[in-house]
Write a protein that binds this ligand. Structure first.
Ligand code: 5AD
Ligand code: FES
Length: 352
């Protein structure tokens, strides 16, 4: 590793910022020693704020119906081979109870954009979970909605909202989505969520079709400006029933590098090592944690529907019970030198 490249990591750590040309150098430099140094500094920063703690989020994938047709996604409306399912309100509450008993203090309700779940239904579900488990944080990940809807759900008790921006380049966004989806509306949603007072998560896929290094730098600039409390990013993985079935998947190396860069830019961000990262590499989640990630999101969905929520091919953990995954994860995390803690794991700016 040259002294100049090492100095860029140090500058990023000290200032949280780099010039575009410097980001480009960091994202494209191929040198194992450099990668280790970047990961090491990211770990140091993460440990300053969160110590060795890793937070768990129990993910309930409650519907795979979706009205959208994103070109990359296995549950796109146009995929007539997807076996569709919806969980009932009771099933969702049961999942929440099970998650609570397993020690989760954050539940993430994730689903396709499914009009079946109106504001009224969702408000009932959020309130139901909050009444039974007032010490649990509820995170929603249900796509683009109106500001009124986001407000109602926040009033009902939802604490956080995940809505990946997918790419901060409008031109790139339009290559990943059909014409009826709008980059500007996605940005509007993120802004509304922020204004309402949610802890907000955005994020992008790494190595999605047509993505350039300049697009990734735009993502970093957007993240820097938006300052999300949470950031979800993982490799793009093709799904066999989508227009992108023959595209290349994103790499572990680039994903892990981006995780470290984000940690250095936003020292206190809540940053998961994603299931997609664990899918492209059997040690992916461990590598993510060792690159500065501090969150894991195991699946809590009932085992009967697990194999149906397939956004991409070869997804891991679709055959395991939640309890098994937690055991497995606890071992994996322990072997990295970190530890899973039972806590809501709020962003530091939101700790009451
Ligand atoms: N590969 C990786 N990630 C994907 N997502 C959707 N499809 C894929 C895929 N084929 C991600 C998107 C979405 C999140 C829920 O999953 O970023 O926002
Ligand atoms: Fe699910 Fe290992 S994390 S089985």
């Amino acid at each position: 590793m040259t002294e100049e490249m090492k100095a860029l990591v140090d500058k990023l750590e000290q200032t949280g910022n780099l010039e575009d040309s410097e980001f480009k150098a960091v994202l494209t430099y191929e040198d194992p020693e450099f990668n280790s140094y970047l990961n090491e500094r990211a770990r140091a920063v993460r440990e300053k704020h969160y110590g060795k703690d890793v937070y768990l989020r129990g993910l309930v994938e409650f519907t795979n119906y979706c009205k959208n047709n994103c070109l990359y996604c296995g549950i796109r409306a146009g995929n007539t081979n997807a076996e569709r399912y919806r969980l009932t309100e009771d099933e969702i509450l049961e999942c929440a109870d099970e998650g609570y008993d397993l020690g989760f203090r954050t539940l993430v309700l994730q689903g396709g954009e499914d009009p079946f779940y109106t504001d009224e239904v969702l408000v009932r579900i959020v309130k139901g979970i909050k009444e039974r488990h007032p010490d649990c944080a509820v995170t929603l990940s249900i796509g683009e909605r109106s500001k009124e809807s986001y407000q109602m759900l926040h009033d009902a008790g939802a604490d956080r909202y995940l809505l990946r921006h997918e790419t901060a380049s409008k031109e790139h966004y339009e290559k990943l989505h059909p014409e009826n989806m709008s980059f500007d509306n996605r940005m509007r949603c993120l802004k509304d969520l922020r204004d309402i007072g949610y802890q907000v998560g955005c994020g992008m896929m790494i190595g999605s079709p047509y993505q350039t290094t300049d697009d990734l730098i735009k993502d970093l600039r957007f993240i820097q400006e938006f300052k999300p409390e949470m950031l979800g990013t993982g490799p793009f993985i093709p799904h066999h029933d989508t227009p992108f079935k023959d595209e290349k998947q994103g790499t572990t190396e680039m994903t892990v590098r981006i995780l470290s860069v984000i940690r250095l830019m936003l020292p206190t961000v809540l940053l998961p090592a994603t299931t997609a990262l664990g899918t492209v590499d059997p040690m992916g989640r461990e590598k993510g944690i060792l690159a500065g990630a501090n969150v894991l999101m195991p699946n809590l969905s009932p085992s009967g529907v697990r194999k149906k929520y397939l956004l991409y091919d070869n997804k891991i953990c679709t055959g395991d019970e939640a309890a098994e995954c937690i055991k497995c994860l606890a071992g994996r995390v322990q072997r990295t030198g970190y530890r899973i803690v039972q806590s809501r794991g709020d962003h530091v700016d939101f700790v009451k």
